[in-house]
Design a protein around this ligand. Sequence first.
Ligand code: MN
Ligand code: MN
Length: 456
Amino acid sequence: METKTVWETYSYETKRECEGFCKEYMDFLSRAKTERECIAAFRQQLEADGYRPLGFYQKERKGLGPGDKVYEVHMDKTLVAFHIGSQPMEDGMNILAAHLDSPRLDLKQAPLYEKEGLVYLDTHYYGGIKKYQWVSMPLALHGVVIKEDGQRVELTMGEEPREPVFFISDLLIHLAQEQMKKKAEKVIEGEQLDVIIGSRELEPILRLLEEKYGITEEDFFSAEIEVVPAGQAREAGLDRSMVLAYGQDDKVCAYGACRAFIEDETPQRTDCLLLVDKEEIGSVGATGMESGFFENMVAEVLSLMEKGKEAVWLSTRRCLSKSRMLSADVNSGFDPTFGDCFEGKNSSYLGRGMVLSKFSGSSGKSGGNDANPEFIAYLRRIFGEKRIMFQMAELGKVDLGGGGTIAYIPARYGMEVVDCGIAVLNMHAPWEAADKGDIYEMKRGMSAFLTAKNNH
Ligand code: MN
Ligand code: MN
């Protein structure tokens, strides 16, 4: 099979579009590091394109019809949007889905303490991380504190060049003879991931929090503060071919999906954008894919469209079962340094375009989604027409590990779902790498999926 890179196939014009797109993507990554910040950014993009919250249509008693644009945000951490198509929604939707949460360190609810004059914030890590990667690097704090009276204080500390950053200490090499003999999972342990925020005792820090942010120690009880790598998304490589940034899993797919969604101006089938939280800890909770939010919103939209017709629950079921979904998440790009963890023929490679994974899961495909060949053939056809470069890949060698995505959850409705995404290097590390050509090609692939005529 031919192994051209996306970049080789792009015209001068397309290369410029790709560069422009990636620049906007990097700007987004630099300011949206948490789920809430992503939701705020996407809400802004949707509003600017004429999308209105569900409540707007409900209050106006306007009903919904072809061409209408509606979205809803749930608990500031998950979002669904619909661009109503000219065909009945009961015939199904074209859905782009991705997740917004990324591995990180969350502050505990009683995080503050002092030891020998050093002041710490205690953390509990979120998602799959290699703990040793998080020490001795600049860290930032992002999050919200909800005061007892409901007042909400939003925090970002450590991102502006003149703002102070935070860090977790590592043992100096001179005294690390015992540490260096430990297994990688024990070199730094969960309880050692405590962030240093000062070296002049606790009292002045408490005063500073009170004066500058109006936060008391007890306010951390009702706070969600995430510790993330400080700093902006960067171009990587002498050829500037890549993006190195925190949280590309899975913000790269979320960003591409939102852009492709907004760009489709006259959908035949209804377009749907679904951005969820909590994928990294098993899609659980009210804002994860397991939540009833998505299904409820489909029912709400249908109830505004089909008054007096059959029971909404039935049309909701019909709509969902006839839908098609690209469940977008990053794939483990082939890494020559660790080549023996991959099986070359069925791996994704940086620069070779969008990735389709027929199945996910671990050991015997356990816990994964397995897409139908009929659906993959359909995608090959529409990608072929738009000359979208794609590669087929699984997550690595059989029996070395594996992983799941959200794909198996919507598949329960009986819809066609396939995993897709792009190759990244050092997935789940504080800084993840992706190829610019892939980033743009995935967006093009998502657009091709949404705009495909329904006569396929
Ligand atoms: Mn992911
Ligand atoms: Mn992940």
